[in-house]
Design a protein around this ligand. Structure first.
Ligand code: 26Y
Length: 768
């Protein structure tokens, strides 16, 4: 049955007798707590080559196909980059004919729907399944039981070895739904297996009092797959989030083993057939869970189980933020999954023994240990168990190897590699920007969807003025489309003739939306002082969600909206600059915005953004980037020979040195009158609201002053913009740089990233 999902549904299944298959078919299982596929209908029609035929047929009936697409809700099963990357990877895997299943959770509610009310973010329930659920196929045949709590007992088995049994557990049914993810003109589809938690129905008769207890218990169980990242502020939330993670890995690992055995394969050959990928630390417990299954259910010895697992498992780190390196209270782990805790303790014991043999200092051993100080460290466990560990851009991978996981890289030097992220250029160029795609295809021929590197051919047209003019015309048309969409959806009018300057991503201090607002305030001050100041007409577009409990991020949203309102009040200035906050940023909105972006702000504090993928989407769609030396920005800049790149600010190394030397934003404030003007404006407020809190966040001599060094990079940011503006004033030169950048973007296709993973990490079998 499972094989069905790796065979394209409209192709004839090759009837190959099992005995004739010589090499094991190695399949990927990608474990991820987030998955952001966006909409599916358009993508599937596109991949089948049916989009235009359907559009035409509907048009004849007077129906706009886009109206039909608009009915479908995005499956918002993720926060941002990491979840979207997983979806891009599944697309490329299917396209390149590599068998893969992604395992995630079928959250009842997606990440909240965001509305802006009185300038503030408000969160609403995202009932994505109402329409987005149409693609789900229930798989009752694959349901498994996940056990929590209870006691672990041990006894001597018939073979004389110690066996374990679990008693008094809470039993949860893990019920999977499959969603097929098509590839472009390929023989197979990827499968997304979404697990939902159900209470196991019991036929036992209960009296009334017991019945309501049962209902409460059932609700508690179903909560496991209710929302993404349940709040961990309270102990009950921490238990829930932890249970969710174990639920995902236990269900998926049981599934992997069941499918393997069902196909008549030998359990000892698991690592020849299965690659298991840990997408960030959240699914790390797949390691002890697989140990449990192999030892307790298949009588593996410890060493055999460990050797098998370490051949299967690999891990990608997606963030260096301290709060994202997950650590769980040992007591919690012990209470919720007692057998798993025993196994983690034994992994830790053996690892400490190994480190002692290597003569590591006790301090270093403690630092690398998996359990220390009554906490279980998921990243340490993932690294110790994985045969490959990667960062998602060169800078990030270097930071992992040389800083964050330095001690691990010393003992496991061959395990640490880099795989720079990529995006599926089919969704992010061909589908979302048909004008540009048609133009490129006309120039270079061939099928861009199959071969992103072919974009390089565009270089041949860099001196062709007509082509460059066309590139600029296409951008204007796309801007008009976006302006029209924004008018319809948010009632906001923007001028397509102004430059679209875009910062769209999760709202987070490290991504420095605040720095961008400071620049806008600076421009506003300049125009207040001199309404005739030579400032380019610009529309500053922001979009992104703030975590609902992230106070500073929500303040930044408020600031953006109040600055927008203040500017609107000024009849003269509002003709030159305008700020808009697009509500409810999602994959679908990104598809509308990327083709219209001219300036893409990628301005994280260097060393903080692991890669970024919005940078790739924007440049591929003909934007120029204003960026710091961070994540994949550095590689995008490098590929286009640093020409036409607007890089500014401290490097990751300089950021570290500045912290070490003692960073004092007040010195910067005292030496820069533009910053004084901006801080004064924050104190005076916008649209009747003071932002003294943000002013003092930037300047206060308390420990949290300007944590992400907005002031340190402010001056260079302004200067870099002046250079960028000068280029923009020469449309043909701007267009030429845009075109050259696009020509270099083939490298950032997810197809290339997947080929890197296949070659260096997963070693999957290409299906014919
Ligand atoms: C706090 C913890 C539960 C947690 C929650 C979410 C930890 C991490 C995450 C998500 C991280 C994430 O999305 N990282 C992004 O991954 C992208 C794909 O690799 C990168 O491009 C991007 O720079 C990075 O921020």
């Amino acid at each position: 049955m499972d094989e069905l999902f790796n065979i394209r549904w409209n192709s004839k299944r090759p009837d190959v007798p099992r005995s004739a298959v010589k090499k094991p078919i190695k399949t990927l299982h990608y474990l991820t707590i987030e998955f952001l596929p966006g909409r599916t209908l358009k993508n599937t029609l596109f991949n089948l080559g049916w989009h235009d035929i359907f559009a035409q047929a509907l048009k004849q009936k007077g129906i706009d196909i886009n109206k039909i697409f608009d009915v479908e809700a995005d499956a918002g099963l993720g926060n941002g980059g990491m979840g979207r990357l997983a979806a891009c990877f599944m697309d490329s895997l299917a396209t390149l004919n590599y068998p893969a299943t992604a395992h995630c959770i079928k959250y009842d509610y997606g990440l909240f729907q965001q509305r802006i009310i009185d300038g503030q973010q408000a969160e609403f329930l995202d009932e994505w399944q109402n329409t987005g659920g149409a693609w789900l196929t229930a798989r009752p045949d694959e349901a498994v039981t996940v056990r929590f709590h209870g006691n672990v007992g041990s006894y001597k088995g018939p073979d004389g070895n110690l066996k374990f049994n679990y008693e008094g557990c809470q039993e949860v049914e893990a019920f999977p739904f499959d969603m097929m993810l098509s590839g472009y003109d390929s023989h197979i589809v990827s499968n997304l297996k979404l697990w939902s938690a159900k209470s196991k129905s019991s036929a036992k008769r209960v009296n009334y009092g017991e019945y309501s207890n049962r209902v409460n218990e059932a609700k508690e169980i179903e909560d496991i797959s209710s929302v993404l990242y349940p709040s961990i502020e309270q102990a009950s939330g921490r238990t829930l989030r932890f249970k969710q993670q174990y639920f995902l890995v236990s269900a998926s690992m049981q599934n992997v083993i069941n499918v393997h055995l069902h196909k008549g394969r030998d359990i000892n050959d698991l690592s020849s057939f299965v690659a298991i990928h840990i997408n960030d630390t959240h699914p790390t417990m797949c390691v002890p869970e697989l140990m449990r299954i192999l030892m307790d259910e298949h009588s593996f010895s410890w060493d055999d189980a460990w050797n098998t697992i370490t051949k299967c498992v690999s891990y990608t780190n997606h963030t260096v933020m301290a709060e994202a390196l997950e650590v769980w209270d040992a007591d919690l782990v012990m209470r919720v999954v007692p057998r798993i805790y025993q196994i983690i303790s034994e992994i830790d014991r053996r690892f400490r023994e190994y480190l002692t043999k290597l003569k590591k200092e006790p301090k270093i051993i403690e630092h690398m240990a998996i359990i220390s100080n009554n906490s279980v460290r998921m990243a340490n466990l993932a690294i110790h168990a994985s045969h490959k560990i990667n960062g998602v851009s060169k800078v990030h991978s270097q930071i992992l190897k040389e800083r964050l996981f330095k001690h691990f890289a010393e003992i496991y030097p061959d395990r640490f590699i880099n795989v720079t992220n990529g995006i599926t250029h089919r969704r992010w160029l061909a589908e979302c920007n048909p004008r540009l795609t048609e133009f490129i295809t006309k120039l270079i021929g061939g099928d861009l969807c199959k071969d992103a590197q072919a974009m390089e051919e565009l270089c041949r047209f860099l001196d062709d003025t007509n082509s460059i003019k066309k590139i600029n015309e296409i951008k204007l048309e796309n801007k008009k489309d976006f302006a029209e969409w924004l008018k319809i959806h948010q009632g906001i009018t923007i001028n397509p003739e102004s430059r679209f300057d875009v910062l769209v991503k999760r709202i987070h201090e490290y991504k420095r939306q605040l720095l961008n607002v400071l620049r806008i305030i600076y421009l506003y001050n300049e125009l207040k002082n001199n309404p005739k100041a030579d400032i380019l007409p610009q529309t500053f577009i922001f979009a992104g969600k703030a975590a609902s409990n992230y106070i500073m991020a929500k303040r930044i949203i408020k600031l953006i909206n109040q600055v927008a309102a203040e500017i609107e009040k000024d009849k003269v200035i509002s003709k030159i600059i305008k700020v808009v906050f697009v509500e409810n940023y999602s994959v679908t909105i990104a598809e509308k915005l990327m083709p219209a972006t001219e300036v893409s702000q990628q301005i994280s504090l260097a060393g903080q953004e692991a890669s970024g993928t919005g940078n790739m989407k924007a440049v591929m769609n003909g934007a120029l980037m204003m960026c710091t030396y961070d994540g994949a920005n550095a590689e995008i800049a490098h590929l286009r020979c640093n020409d036409g790149t607007f890089t500014f600010g401290l490097s990751p190394f300089e950021v570290e040195r500045t912290w070490r030397d003692g960073y004092n934003p007040i010195d910067i404030y005292n030496s820069n009158k533009d910053i004084v003007g901006v801080i004064d404006a924050l104190n005076n407020g916008f649209n009747g609201e003071s932002f003294k809190d943000i002013a003092s966040y930037l300047l206060n001599t308390c420990t949290n002053k300007d944590n992400y060094m907005c002031l340190a990079d402010f001056e260079e940011f302004i200067e870099a913009h002046k250079k960028m503006d000068a280029l923009y004033r020469k449309p043909l030169e701007w267009g030429k740089v845009v075109m050259r950048n696009i020509s270099k973007m083939g490298y950032f296709s997810a197809d290339r990233a997947i080929l890197d993973y296949v070659k260096n990490v997963w070693h999957l079998t290409k299906l014919k």
